[in-house]
Design a protein around this ligand. Sequence first.
Ligand SMILES: [Zn+2]
Length: 267
Amino acid sequence: MDHLSNQNLKNITCISIETDNNHRQFSYFTIDELIILYQHSNVIERSLYELMTPVNQVKAYIDFEYYIDNNLDIKNSHIGPICLLKIFYFLLNFLDHNDQHNNDQIAHILQQFLILEASTSEKISYHFIHANPSILFENNITLGLFIKAVIHYSLLLITQHKCSSFQIDSISQKYTISDLLILLKPYVNTLRTCCIQCQLYIGYITIAEFSHLLVLDKQNQLTLAVDLNVYCKNQQFRLFDSVKLGKTNPLPQDEHYDHRKLSYTTV
Ligand SMILES: [Zn+2]
């Protein structure tokens, strides 16, 4: 394959279109064709998903969600999403403790991240895309490993920290993410309410903030509000301002967002 056709391939996005009977039809679009499709269709007619394969470079993206009724202890639903944005802004820009956070921090974060909200009366749900990235990931799998490592490391730091409200004696040094969630479950409310001075990531966020990413699932098990299952080999993502077939909750777009950047991949 010559350079030109490689280049052309890079500018094409594979879109799956949800049709009746739970089927999906796959088509290839250039970004210009995709924009025309958006301009000539109504939101409720658009059931469009972007297909990502192991050969697609990807921008970082994170799905955040939890059920409201299972997590009534969370009084402020903004703490978790903002904490997540702060962590990934910090890590994806290779900041260190010299980069002091200031009042404009959220404004800086919003310049880089696209935020799509899909919350309903039952659940809080956001999709974050590092739309103006400083780094790209080789593919979806690599991104998933990075996200899991960040989560794992954060949970380990929380488990190991000691303060006047929290101290557990670690029995083993070998904890998986699931082990750490089981270990931390009895302490989640303490962490959220008492560890407001306990720092993570060189003072960038607090343990109290991070603990808003630890939520209960429908079976009342402690889990992460970050969906770690989306980083698999071939993953389809609903495009923004697009609906699940038969539903009327489009992923709304940020009004300041550049419409040319429709895609999760590097197109
Ligand atoms: Zn603490």
